[in-house]
Design a protein around this ligand. Structure first.
Ligand code: C2E
Ligand code: CA
Ligand code: CA
Length: 594
């Protein structure tokens, strides 16, 4: 066990102890439990100290503090630290002086570890159960009950509880390796400082050791730990006690202090000298994200987020240096986070739905299929475009559940469309890479087919070109398995990826989908549909059907038909439609194009 003295928060580091100090035997001063007797009758003070004179409890002797009124106790508790237990009279200068003091202790002083034993002279009088519960009062005794043995037992129980609470708090708020406050404690401490209003000239920073995981892997975890300790020690001694310093992540430190003490280049210069790990010297650098945006209402947690945004920027562009947070950096990311939270609740409250965009045979005009496209309608009636939320859903992993759900809904709808007299209609469903790579993907496909009664022959999955070209072996295998289920595969956004012809040739696919960008291009003089023509040619060579998306006018449709493109989809025919709208559109269309 360690025998260094512990660092608590920098402002009162000498008053906080790690509790394991008591078993190390090397601590310099004797450890005691501090008890405060608060009672307006001097006799009670005398009787209490007499009853407990000379006893040791849980290995420590007792030290008494005395207050003769609630007011005096309030004064004392302001300055005296580490009081473990108070023995508190209920009735003193006022009927409820004791209970009022309890409130002060818990709510104003936030002394949550301190144990409270209430004592009263009147046997009939007792505080409400709720009061005992709300203010975490340990014990309630009438004074006659406090005989020597009973008092000893009561105080022992309270001290044991105090010790346990302290241990839990140490675990919850301190990092054992660096002996610095941890992230939670850093947030508490910075909140305190922010609440006190003395932060106008302050900055909050996150300092990240560059390439720490590589160092850790190369040297082993023990050396890695030593290095962290060494960094922690240097930061602590060089920054001084005016700066709140914490270890907030495995290789990150949180700092809060005056802009002068926290001058980023000065802090980073602390890394110029090598660190000593046993007998080896090691040079490491660090990167910092700093925020000075500590206006009113900003919490420590907010500030850490801002500093982290700045840190990410710094790591991307200038490692070994720092970036100062600016509000513009935050809005972008916060908006994404808000969007993601909204998406989560949209999924829960079923504000997502699926629309279907028809696909037609360019030559005959016959309706051959529909593409299922997800929609998100917000409570205010506005829509969030999938191009905005799908990437977020992918990044957060939510796309797996969402994609699954789309697949289900689309299959159900397909069965219904077919029952309504569109027996050969094909349903195309977009599948994101994350979804596709999920280990349960094939199984979920199978179950969806089975449970919805979908004929796999009419189901098609759209996979973007860039995905199809990644990790060739895995793709090949999975695509084959999808095909074995009877499902067809289209390569979406074709022309935007980096397919090699040889790779494309191997893939078990059915259709190439020309990206909208190349269809739009058909109207432009310069590039003039060069890529669209190439894709059609490629499809012909590989024996694949080619479909063009985003056809908006008849000229484009005619050009594509002329190139030999088989199928088309776009506003020229229909926008994505709700199921009922699609049925109506279909009826109207066969009336025109039989
Ligand atoms: P995408 O797969 O390329 O889908 C085609 C997009 O083009 C759709 O946009 C469609 O509404 C739009 N579009 C169709 N015809 C025209 C046209 O004539 N002109 C123009 N300007 N646009 C047209 P949408 O619905 O906004 O979807 C955007 C993207 O979001 C999709 O691109 C797809 O990548 C993704 N997405 C949509 N639904 C899903 C889904 O269920 N799962 C996954 N993973 N992605 C989806
Ligand atoms: Ca698509
Ligand atoms: Ca596209």
């Amino acid at each position: 066990m360690n025998n260094e003295k512990v660092l608590g928060m920098p402002t009162d580091s000498d008053t906080l102890h790690f509790l394991d100090d008591e078993c190390d035997g090397g601590a310099s001063k004797e450890l005691v439990w501090r008890l405060m007797v608060i009672d307006d009758e001097p006799d009670v003070h005398r009787a209490t100290t007499f009853a407990l004179a000379g006893v040791k409890i849980l290995g420590r002797s007792l030290q008494f503090l005395h207050a003769y009124s609630a007011a005096e106790a309030t004064q004392l508790l302001r300055t005296e630290k580490d009081v473990a237990v108070v023995l508190l009279d209920v009735v003193m200068e006022r009927e409820d002086a004791g209970l009022a003091l309890v409130k002060t202790i818990r709510q104003d002083f936030k002394l949550t570890e301190l144990r409270i034993i209430l004592r009263t002279g009147q046997p009939g009088y007792a505080p409400e159960i709720e009061t005992i519960h709300d203010f975490d009062i340990n014990d309630y005794k009438t004074k006659s009950e406090l005989t020597r043995t009973k008092l000893y037992a009561t105080v022992t129980a309270a001290l044991r509880a105090y010790q346990q609470i302290r241990e839990l708090d140490e675990l919850a708020f301190y990092d054992r390796l660096s002996r610095l406050p941890n992230r939670n404690k850093f947030i508490d401490l910075s909140d305190e400082r922010l609440e006190s209003g003395n932060f106008l000239d302050d900055a909050i920073a996150i300092l990240d050791i560059d390439d720490f995981s590589e160092i850790n892997d190369a040297l082993g975890h023990q050396q890695g730990d030593r290095l962290l300790q060494s960094v922690a020690e240097r930061l602590k001694s060089e920054l001084g006690s005016d700066v709140i310093l914490a270890r907030i992540g495995s290789d990150t430190f949180g700092l809060m202090g005056s802009t002068q003490r926290m001058e980023p280049l000065r802090v980073l210069s602390l890394f110029r000298e090598p660190f000593w790990v046993h007998d080896d010297s090691m040079v490491v650098t660090a990167t910092m994200g700093v925020t000075k945006s500590l206006g009113a209402g900003v919490t420590g947690r907010d500030a850490l987020k801002d500093a982290n945004i700045a840190l990410k920027r710094a790591k991307k562009s200038r490692r070994g240096s720092y970036v100062m947070y600016s509000t513009e950096m935050g809005t972008d990311i916060r908006e994404r986070v808000r969007l993601l939270q909204n998406l989560r609740s949209a999924v829960e409250s079923e504000r997502l739905f699926v629309v279907y965009q028809p696909q037609v045979n360019l030559k005959t005009g016959a309706v051959v299929g529909v593409e299922a496209l997800i929609r998100w309608k917000k409570e205010d009636g506005s829509f969030v475009p999938p191009d905005r939320f799908i990437p977020l859903a992918e990044a957060s992993g939510m796309i797996v559940a969402i994609g699954d759900w789309v697949l289900r809904v689309a299959c159900d709808e397909l069965v219904r469309f077919q029952a309504l007299g569109l027996p050969n209609l094909r349903m195309s469903v977009n599948v994101s890479q994350i979804q596709f790579r999920h280990p349960d993907f094939l199984e979920k496909l199978r179950v969806a087919l089975l449970e919805t009664g979908t004929n796999p022959k009419y189901l098609e999955l759209e996979i973007t070109e860039s995905v199809a070209m990644e990790d060739a072996d895995f793709m090949l295998e999975t695509l084959h398995k999808v095909r074995e289920l009877g499902i067809s595969i289209a390569i979406d956004d074709f022309g935007t990826g980096y397919s090699s012809l040889s790779h494309l040739r191997q893939l078990p696919i059915d259709r190439l989908k020309i990206d909208r960008a190349f269809v739009t291009e058909l109207n432009q003089q310069v590039s003039g549909g060069h890529i669209a023509a190439m894709v059609v040619e490629l499809g012909r060579n590989l024996n694949l059907t080619v479909i063009a998306e985003g056809i908006e006018d008849d000229g484009q449709a005619q050009t594509l038909l002329g190139l030999g493109c088989h199928e088309g989809q776009g506003y020229l025919y229909a926008t994505p439609l709700l199921p009922q709208q699609f049925k109506e559109w279909y009826q109207a269309r066969i009336a025109k194009v039989p």
